[in-house]
Design a protein around this ligand. Structure first.
Ligand SMILES: *Cc1c(COP(=O)(O)O)cnc(C)c1O
Length: 424
């Protein structure tokens, strides 16, 4: 039975058999028992499917990954210890030293650092492009050694909306997969695979957990990208892997090749596994994701409209506002036109005023976090994006006065009253 998204949130993933716990158990075990030496050997050769060591796979994690995969309409998925690990693995699974990839410049600050600085040290180069540029303009960034195109459905914190169909066209014309970070809209509002994305990643730390309890990430593969059709570009997936007796992932696992390689090779060697206890907390969050996300968006819409009509406010950015340059795209790409609960704005008086305003908020807390049940606020230029130069700040879509306001699921009247008193 093909379930609707609300039902998937509540019921998918863990499927207990007779006499098993109704609620997803935490398999708090590093290891799993076998009866013969040969049974264990087959697991190590990827000949048999099964659990043997939690660094590679754990049943609690797999149940939660299966739920997120179903939410995104993907083929296979895996959890990672953080969103950063998911971003890194998603690229590193198909790029090695000497390779290149293209990314939207307006992305999460941590991802920008990873791509611009750390990946470069590994010999993998990234060219950043303006996601709103024309296809011809973006095409210029591609090289013969380009292996992927990356973007965020809704950029954190610039809030630009990615035209996923356009990005998918560009990626596929160049024979590379499109990887999309779908953290902000969540699959409740948008499923990038439906618009042509090949791989979707998340920081589950945000709306999916939703209660600010556990850092985590996940990767979902659509199974749609044909690695074999571009076999020379992706030798890691299509050629024999010497660390698995010459097994070739695309031949042995078909649509499951990408996630199998990321698990069997990257997770084995780099070990960024999500703790099963965190996966359990994430699953509790997912059970109410379909209730929370629309409420976040409803409240954010009210806050954005209030700010827009306040004379102390210089500008407001929210794709639910009719004069947003992303309004039409958001209406098309997002269910009900809902984007996310995050609104950005600046005050007349600039950076100084913005900081003073934040210090006067009472209900909304200053925290390095976004997208949880409690309203919170951050000044990216002073906090998350401190490491970036002024030029990089502009490329990332972060004006110096930008306040990132993450609207929670409290009563909208109380959130607006808090903003009002702080403005005064
Ligand atoms: C927070 C965030 C990340 C990083 O995730 P962590 O779980 O903090 O490692 C990546 N992408 C986006 C869009 C984010 O908001």
């Amino acid at each position: 039975m093909k379930k609707k998204i609300n039902t998937i949130c509540v019921q998918s993933g863990w499927q207990p058999k007779k006499g098993e716990p109704r609620v997803l158990p935490i398999y708090q075990s590093t290891t799993f028992k076998y009866e013969t030496s040969e049974q264990m050997a087959d697991l190590f050769d990827l000949k048999a499917n099964g659990y043997f060591y939690t660094r590679l796979q754990n049943p609690t994690n797999d149940a939660v990954a299966a739920k997120i995969t179903e939410l995104e309409g993907g083929y296979a998925g895996m959890l990672t210890s953080s969103g950063q690990a998911a971003s890194f693995y998603s690229i590193f699974n198909i790029c090695e030293a000497g390779d290149h990839f293209v990314s939207a410049s307006a992305i999460y600050g941590g991802t920008f650092n990873l791509f611009a600085v750390t990946m470069k040290k590994l010999g993998i180069e990234c060219t950043f492009i303006d996601a709103d540029a024309s296809e011809e303009e973006i095409q210029k960034a591609f090289r013969p050694n380009t292996k992927a195109l990356f973007g965020e459905t809704i950029a954190n914190p610039a809030l630009g909306v990615l035209d996923i169909e356009k990005f998918a066209r560009i990626a596929h014309k160049n024979g590379v997969p499109l990887i999309v970070d779908n953290t902000f809209p969540t699959p409740i509002n948008c499923r990038p695979i439906e618009w042509g994305a090949d791989i979707v990643i998340h920081s589950t730390t945000k709306y999916m957990d939703g209660h600010a309890t556990a850092v985590g990430g996940c990767i979902v593969d659509s199974g749609n990208f044909d690695w074999e059709a571009h076999a020379d570009k992706f030798p890691g997936l299509t050629q024999p892997d010497p660390s698995y007796h010459g097994l070739a992932y695309s031949k042995a696992f078909g649509k499951g090749a990408y996630i199998t390689k990321a698990t069997a090779q990257l997770m084995r060697d780099l070990g960024s596994i999500q703790a099963p206890e965190n996966a359990f907390l994430l699953n509790l969050g997912l059970e109410t994701l379909h209730l929370r996300v629309p409420r976040h968006c409803e409240n954010a819409q009210k806050v954005a409209e209030y700010l827009q009509n306040n004379p102390k406010v210089a500008w407001v950015n929210y794709s639910g506002l009719k004069d947003s340059p992303y309004y039409e795209l958001a209406q098309k790409q997002f269910d009900g036109g809902r984007s996310c609960g995050v609104v950005t704005f600046g005050l007349k008086g600039g950076r100084e005023e913005s900081i003073k305003f934040m210090d006067n908020l009472k209900l909304a807390c200053i925290v390095t976090h976004v997208a949880d049940a409690r309203t919170c606020v951050l000044h990216p230029a002073s906090h998350t994006h401190r490491q970036l130069s002024d030029q990089q700040l502009i490329e990332a879509g972060v004006q110096p006065d930008l306040i990132r306001f993450s609207v929670g699921i409290e009563d909208a009247d109380d959130i607006i009253a808090d903003i009002e008193q702080a403005l005064q």
